[in-house]
Design a protein around this ligand. Sequence first.
Ligand code: NAD
Length: 486
Amino acid sequence: MTVEPRQALVWDYAPAPEATDHLRLRDRYGLFIAGEFREPADSRYEPTINPASEEPIAEVAWAGAEDIQRAVEAARAAQPRWAALPARERAKYIFRIARLIQERARELAVTETLDGGKPLRESRDVDIPLAAAHFFHYAGWADKLRYGVVAREVAPLGVVAQIVPWNFPLLMAAWKLAPALACGNTAILKPAETTPLTALLLAEICQEAELPEGVVAILPGDGATGAALVRAPGIDKVAFTGSTAVGRDIQSALAGRDIALTLELGGKSANIVFEDAAIDQAVEGIVNGIFFNQGHVCCAGSRLLVQESVAEEVIAKLWARMLRLRVGDPLDKNTDVGAVNSAAQLERIQELVQAGEQEGAVRRSIACELPDRGFWFAPTMFTDVSPVHRIAVEEIFGPVVSVLTFRTVEEAIAKTNNSVSGLAAGIWTDKGAKAFQVASALRAGVIWQNTYNHFDPTAAFGGYKESGFGREGGPAGLRPYLRVVR
Ligand code: NAD
């Protein structure tokens, strides 16, 4: 391993921390059931901590079987009335939620950063605006469902159980709740154990929007809560975003039951750079593809495939760009790479990086001063990676890119598709025909050309193979929440 010194910057940045004095966080949050925050049946509260400092932020109730049952009963009771509302009235509630997210954007962004460790720049400019955009988008669909599933009469599924991970807590909640509500379902959302706070602020927003009681429940908890929720009698659908291992467990738990399922799982996405690409732009796209949100991105471009003729140039430019990444306090507006979400995730990253070194790949990590407390991992690049190395096969879910090379278009396609997952891919070329040829040969749900990690509520997102099934976003995102009547 070589640790290269940070090159001298042309100027130093002054600290630019975002204020936190405007936050109105409570010390304790109950479970949001039937429109109110309630005590959990077994009085269990767990702290949620700031991964950048390991300081506790608030205590959060974790739901058990009895609480889940109460939430399902409230959701069942509310669903027929919610579905029977004129669609435009349903839309108004969803629209109000979107507006309230915008009004409370600063508070939501700072809370997301405190609870999850992601740079404020991202929560402020990506997570929160996109969450509002999803609610706006699906508010618009509520009275046009027939056009979403063309020329068919459709009906809601009923009560949906939704489980989200910790990497985009509010955004994933929006991806799940907005289409479900637009289609006339009621929903029970379980946020991830390390990042429940913005979902609980969303519960407050549901109250402010005067959403009828029981339409949305928010039940924080860990895997045991999630496992109990998907097995609860009285639910009609499960929508899950998370790891492939848990997705498998849920699929087997639902086998033989009449419960609809969509799974958005992990990935090992390829970012492919051809020799005719605009290399400087491609380097920016590689950085955005793997270091955005510390690499905690299901569609992260963690396998960088570079055409051999430009590999040396791309690696040199990428390394020079990596040396300028600012790692540290996520609340600082100049930070590019924040804290790893949890001690457990840090351990997983460290284990896979160690495996990369042991298997013979060449590691380079940027030298940077990391804070004493909290969970941190320096941006890292592996070269001399073989397609069979664990770092080329397994999802690292951290700021680690593995560089592989190829010679021909056919080899790039074969190497990209040589994966059990198929969530996303990036293609960097200035030849439109080549981009179309490659895109149509790739088994990946989302393919970006000359950009990466570009999200929009109007575009469908979802996977192939072990990356899951079902789509979220755009009209395709309505279908998993509807039953075709005729
Ligand atoms: P995880 O599967 O451990 O947890 C995800 C959620 O499931 C959490 O809320 C967790 O509490 C819950 N859970 C855990 N065990 C459960 C069980 N047995 N039954 C029901 N629920 C259970 O995943 P994670 O580590 O939180 O998230 C990282 C993973 O999520 C990565 O693999 C990533 O690729 C994937 N992800 C996928 C997408 C996508 O859209 N495809 C988006 C974001 C993250």
